[in-house]
Design a protein around this ligand. Structure first.
Ligand SMILES: [Zn+2]
Ligand SMILES: [Zn+2]
Length: 361
């Protein structure tokens, strides 16, 4: 492919003005802010639950959309221009975009936990604009070159896969272990697949929607369980019986954020096992803390992704260990962005990709 020219490209953007009010506008083209930056033409962007949440509610926790904000953060694109100091990339390279830039100087950044940087500037988290736009400027080291056998559409799935990689690392899954994953949305499905890639021999996907479980069984899970309207202990026992793990799971990942799932997690984990909270739901819930204490459970949170997670996500796709293509329900043109958001909100899709404004559809 001939290298692109910035002057020929549109910077049309999909903008959230206020809840349920979106529009398109041609914004000024970004230029390289540092000699270490690159300019990328965005090819595909996946819609994330957080984009939907901002669109419907205008806020997530204390992040409130006060001024119009470009949505989107799950993107892959093609390098258009590179700064003088960039040696790792050249125009024409296809890259997955890691969409949050930390300060690189604080204690967390210095310790390698840059996802915990208090100065993090993350795409489509107010007041930072997102990637549903034509051109995106990024530090070169936050762009991951896609191997030839990984498509740009798969590249847009690297972001949610990196979330799952980080969660499974937090769960410290080792070969032969049993893992229960609560929730079979995109991140839950990807956690199940990454846990398998890490060598887990039993991976149970749990959800309330049977069609999601059917998908999970084909995608990565060795067992699936439809949560019943019974107590958390009873659901936990049913999961243990189903998977043949009478003493409980080595690791339990909550990718749902739902209170009953979190409660069941603490009852399904084995004595001395690990529980990771990856899903985001209500900020405060009723938590079975006695089970945590008596079982001496290791409980961890997981937030976005950190050092090495994006690179491993690319490797898992390139090596064929995680087939992210299967999660793509549909791909729509840029101008169909709002309809695509509606479709995802209605729960009619796993992942919808929106082509960039310069992409011919
Ligand atoms: Zn996301
Ligand atoms: Zn920092």
């Amino acid at each position: 492919m001939a290298p692109l020219n910035k002057n020929d490209l549109s910077n049309l953007s999909f903008i959230l003005n206020k809840p349920n009010d979106v529009s398109f506008a041609e914004r000024p083209k970004p230029s390289l802010a540092s000699p270490h930056d690159v300019l990328v033409a965005v090819n595909y962007t996946g819609i994330c639950g957080s984009d939907i949440h901002y669109w419907v509610h205008g806020a997530i926790g204390h992040y409130v959309v006060k001024d119009p904000m470009v949505l989107g953060h799950e993107s892959a694109g093609t390098v258009v221009e590179v700064g003088d100091k960039v040696t790792s990339l050249k125009p024409g390279d296809r890259v997955a975009l890691e969409p949050g830039y930390p300060c690189r100087r604080c204690t967390n950044c210095r310790a390698g936990h840059y996802n915990l940087c208090p100065e993090m500037a993350f795409a489509a988290t107010p007041p930072i604009h997102g990637t549903l736009t034509g051109l995106w400027s990024s530090p070169a080291d936050f762009c991951y070159k896609l191997p030839d056998n990984v498509s740009l559409q798969e590249g847009a799935l690297i972001e949610p896969l990196a979330v799952a990689v980080h969660i499974v690392k937090q769960a410290a899954v080792t070969p032969g272990q049993s893992v229960v994953v609560m929730g079979a949305g995109p991140v839950g499905l990807l956690c199940a697949a990454v846990a398998r890639a890490y060598g887990a021999s039993k991976v149970v996907s749990v959800d309330i929607v049977q069609s999601k479980l059917d998908f999970a069984r084909d995608f990565a899970a060795t067992h699936v369980y439809a949560s019943q309207r019974v107590s958390a202990e009873e659901n936990a026992k049913a999961i243990r019986d189903l998977a043949g793990i009478p003493s409980g799971a080595d690791a339990v990942i909550d990718a749902s954020g739902a209170e009953p799932s979190i409660q069941a997690s603490l009852h399904v984990v084995r004595n001395g096992g690990t529980y990771v909270q990856g899903g985001m739901g209500k900020p405060d819930i009723n938590f079975p803390i006695m089970a945590l204490c008596l079982k001496e459970v290791t409980a961890k949170g997981s937030f976005r992704y950190g050092a090495g997670d994006y690179a491993l996500a690319v490797e898992l796709v390139a090596s064929g260990k995680v087939d992210v293509k299967k999660l793509i329900t549909s791909v729509v043109g840029f101008k169909q962005a709002e309809e695509a958001f509606k479709k995802v909100k209605e729960g009619e899709a796993i992942k919808v990709l929106i082509a960039g404004p310069n992409e011919k559809m």
